[in-house]
Design a protein around this ligand. Structure first.
Ligand SMILES: [Zn+2]
Length: 157
């Protein structure tokens, strides 16, 4: 496995920005936001405000993918991403879409992982999303960790 370095991270961010464009989602890059502000998806506005300064940096792709998930699933957007007042059902759904988007990237780039933990470490997927990772993975009976080409994103691509 190759380490998920900064170049790869930016490549994935660019990929996710392209996904947003293809899905006709507006994307505002908030260059003046501080490092502790999460990116925010506004489904009603069909808009994502992406924070390119967010730290830790390795969380930027999964955060962006998660917000794309909220907008694609038309979730109401009244709260910042990281508050506990967010609806847990919405959060789980956004996480699942985010993980599917990352699996799609892995598939298109022909990347291989032997374990779920390698996958999560490489893409900065937080431990709190492990349940969603398993849900996505187990939704395909034929899935094996080294067979990401069996993954598809239902209805999105
Ligand atoms: Zn959220």
């Amino acid at each position: 496995m190759t380490d998920f370095n900064l170049f790869d991270m930016q490549d994935l961010i660019d990929y996710l920005i392209e996904v947003a464009k293809k899905q006709k989602i507006g994307l505002k890059v908030c260059n003046d936001w501080p490092a502790d502000w999460n990116s925010v998806g506004h489904a009603e506005l069909n808009l994502i405000c992406y924070n390119p300064n967010f730290l830790p940096a390795y969380r930027r792709p999964i955060e962006l993918a998660h917000e794309i998930g909220h907008v694609l699933a038309h979730h109401p957007s009244k709260n910042p991403v990281n508050t506990k007042s967010c609806d847990e059902g919405y959060e789980a759904e956004a996480n699942k879409i985010a993980i599917k988007l990352i699996l799609k990237y892995i598939q298109e780039n022909d990347l291989q992982f032997e374990t779920r933990q390698q996958l999560m470490d490489s893409f900065g997927i937080p431990e709190s999303m492990v349940y969603s990772v398993d849900k996505v993975i187990n939704s395909k009976n034929t899935f094996q960790y080294n067979l990401f080409n069996t993954v598809s994103i239902d209805g999105l691509f």
